[in-house]
Write a protein that binds this ligand. Structure first.
Ligand code: GLU
Length: 448
């Protein structure tokens, strides 16, 4: 058994545990959906590195239905921006069923893009031009999220088009109430087609992993949407993705999710994974019974709840010391008068706001008098985001401006500081390729 089998094993256990669950029934209002295999059951997970894990029916195609909604919402947000989309579709949980007439009384604006009324407008907002027809844009975007060309199940499309009077009625109602710049009635057919796009549980895991990965498909590297758009979509999935059961889902499972009446269910662990399940028997809210049970159990077992994400204390700062406490690699201890005490702080991993706060706090702890020279060692740091760069630059700048020599061992040049020979005057932090050089500069032994 390979080491990574452990992940598959966790999925396998869940699969075995919930296969006997035969409650619920197939969606019947789209007649063609009532013909799906009620016993199909697949679980798929894709990591941010594009590692794919699956058990059961992960390669069986089925139609996206409402699982398409967050991805088309992502397309609308990319093309029009959050403010413009929010003018026409709100982002509040409706607390109502997927096909409810949830329109604001005065404006006719639907509560959110995850219920049908909001999804129909969202689709209508996608531009429709001769060179790029609306549905081509939608299918192209869904395919990029999946990392392969998806297609339409024409029979399911025809079945819904023949019976979709409630959705048509919703579109007419929306048109009658609001000053919408687009025609929802004309777009409802595109909405039916987007619901009939065919994918597998593994495709859905890739699509969800792309949202979790800041909009970059972890299988293809394709930047499908921007990081902010991916975060906006995940937020609306978290608050509205499970219709009238969204609050309970967020409370118990704690992951942005979206269900569809064909039996697909997706859940994202932001910056961690994309998950998808397929099992067509639905509960009264239109969510897959096994999917809900399996994702709930998985979240609990693997500690995936968004709000249970304890930052690992102590994992950023690996060292707070003074230079004379540290071994000097390769050099015999030199007998000389005690030099000025140089504080040394080393950090590791990816630095964001939380990690940068730890580093700045450690810099203060390492300099009890507040006047000692200091070396910050970033050799083991693997990334510094924009916020951390500004925070570290500001904190180090303050130390240097107060007159203490301030050196950073930063071979990757995360902070882009001038070297020791730079033209900047004193009072500016300096960057070095190694900790030893940084310490030497602080003690006056090095160049500069
Ligand atoms: N095509 C379905 C409808 O619009 C999707 C509903 C769902 O999956 O929740 O009624």
């Amino acid at each position: 058994m390979s080491a990574a089998e452990a992940v598959t094993e966790a999925l396998r256990e869940l699969h075995a545990r919930f296969v006997p669950l035969r409650e619920g029934s197939l969606a019947e209002y789209i007649p063609q959906l009532a013909r799906s295999d009620p016993d199909a059951f697949g679980l798929a997970l894709i990591s941010m590195d594009g590692h794919c894990y699956g058990v059961g029916d992960t390669r069986a195609p089925f139609t996206l239905q409402s699982v398409s909604k967050p991805f088309v919402y992502a397309l609308a947000l990319s093309l029009l921006g959050l403010d413009e989309v929010c003018r026409w579709v709100n982002a509040e949980p409706s607390g109502e069923a997927y096909n409810a007439v949830s329109l604001e009384p005065d404006t006719g604006r639907p509560d959110n893009a995850m219920v049908n009324a909001g999804a129909i407008i969202t689709t209508a907002l996608i531009p429709d031009t001769p060179d790029a027809p609306r549905f081509d844009r939608v299918l192209g975007c869904l395919s990029r999220f999946a990392g392969r060309e998806l297609d339409v199940d024409e029979q399911v499309y025809a079945s819904e088009a023949a019976t979709g009077d409630r959705n048509r009625a919703l579109a007419y109602l929306i048109r009658s109430t609001g000053p919408l710049p687009v025609d929802p009635v004309a777009a409802v057919d595109t909405y039916f087609r987007q619901c009939a796009v065919r994918a597998t549980a593994m495709d859905l895991a890739a699509m969800t992993a792309t949202l979790a990965h800041g909009g970059v498909n972890p299988l293809t590297g394709d930047v499908v949407v921007s990081g902010p758009v991916a975060a906006q979509v995940l937020t609306v999935m978290a608050t509205c993705g499970m219709y009238d059961a969204s609050g309970d889902w967020l409370l118990r499972v704690g992951l942005p999710a979206k269900s569809g009446v064909s039996g697909g269910l997706i859940a994202a662990g932001p910056a961690r994974f994309g998950l998808a399940t397929y099992s067509p028997r639905l509960d009264s809210t239109g969510t897959s019974v096994r999917g809900r049970a399996a994702l709930g159990a998985l979240s609990e077992r693997l500690g995936l709840h968004l709000m249970h994400n304890p930052a690992l204390a102590g994992s950023t700062v690996t060292l707070i010391a003074t230079a004379d406490e540290l071994p000097t690699a390769g050099a015999a201890p030199r007998a000389r008068a005690p030099r000025e005490r140089v504080a040394v702080v080393a950090a590791q991993g990816a630095l964001d706001f939380t990690a940068a706060e730890r580093v700045l706090y450690a810099l203060d702890e390492a300099r009890p008098r507040g006047t000692e020279p200091v070396v910050l060692d970033l050799v083991e740091v693997t990334g510094v985001d924009r916020v951390a760069r500004v925070m570290l630059g500001g904190g180090l700048g303050r130390i240097a401006a107060a007159g203490a020599r301030t050196a950073v061992a930063d071979p990757s040049r995360w902070l882009d500081l001038p070297g020791p020979g730079g033209r900047e005057g004193p009072g500016v932090p300096r960057g070095f390729a190694t900790r030893a050089r940084a310490v030497a500069w602080c003690t006056g032994d090095g160049p500069g």
